[in-house]
Design a binder for this molecule. Structure first.
Ligand code: ATP
Length: 225
């Protein structure tokens, strides 16, 4: 699989409920550090590992589009949302691999919290045949202990960022991404209490949330009495 790959695409999947600056900065740092030509931002439809998201797929997709509109290289991809099946990452990466061919490096970008669960993912070994992993430090999450399956995997596969794009898949790079202690869970909790998400996500996303009255605490809404 060794190649002098000059083309490389980043893949940032997530629930994005809502998309926030932690996601955007994560994607931006991976893209600029590695010199990726494109970052595919892919909101999931039916998250297999999580409880149901709070906003509809169409709202999450619309917010992702607003967040990425003016960001060079960021492309929102609705492939998972447009499918009526569970959105396992391995399926998405297989589809992308078919689209781009064998000569392009794919870099699947995730936070440390997600990487710490990686070996429980559907066909995770296949994921590493299809793509590299770019794992960002995230406040509140530690790198895996070397006794865990993810820790052992890291020992075998870890590459420096300067080496990652020498091949098209199979390496894991840990990156000291700027720490932004933002999570969608906390944002939803705060918004339900009437606390504005200003400065934690793009203004256009905030305006959309207000316009569509998302994440309001329905129990506290007199209309629901
Ligand atoms: P929730 O709080 O609802 O779990 P989230 O903020 O973690 O949501 P997801 O859509 O689940 O958002 O995250 C998509 C990806 O982005 C995951 O790989 C996650 O680890 C990563 N990520 C999210 N927020 C951050 C952050 N602040 N810093 C680094 N990585 C992040």
């Amino acid at each position: 699989m060794a190649t002098s790959a000059v083309n490389a695409i980043g893949v940032l999947g997530g629930t994005f409920d809502p998309i926030h600056n932690g996601h955007l900065r994560l994607g931006w740092e991976a893209m600029t550090r590695l010199g990726l030509q494109q970052l595919r931002v892919i909101p999931c439809h039916l998250p297999p590992h999580r409880e149901s998201p709070n906003s509809s797929a169409q709202h999450r997709l619309a917010m992702a589009r607003l967040a990425c509109t003016d960001v060079p290289g960021f492309v929102v991809d609705d492939w998972e949302i447009s499918r009526d099946q569970p959105s396992y990452s391995v399926h998405t990466l297989s589809h992308l691999r078919q689209q781009v061919g064998t000569q392009v490096a794919l870099v699947f970008i995730l936070g440390m919290d997600a990487f710490n669960q990686f070996c429980s993912w559907h066909q995770w070994e296949r994921i590493l045949e299809l793509a590299h992993l770019w794992v960002a430090q995230r406040p509140g999450s530690q790198p895996p202990n070397f006794t865990t399956q993810e820790g052992k995997l890291l020992q075998k596969r870890q590459l420096h960022s300067t080496q990652l794009l020498n091949t098209t898949a199979g390496g894991i790079c840990l990156h000291d991404t700027t720490a932004l202690d933002i999570s969608a869970t906390n944002l939803r909790r705060q918004m339900a209490q009437g606390i504005s998400p200003r400065f934690l996500l793009p203004d256009a996303v905030r305006a959309y949330i207000e316009q569509h009255e998302l994440y309001r605490d329905r129990k506290a809404d007199p209309a629901n009495d």
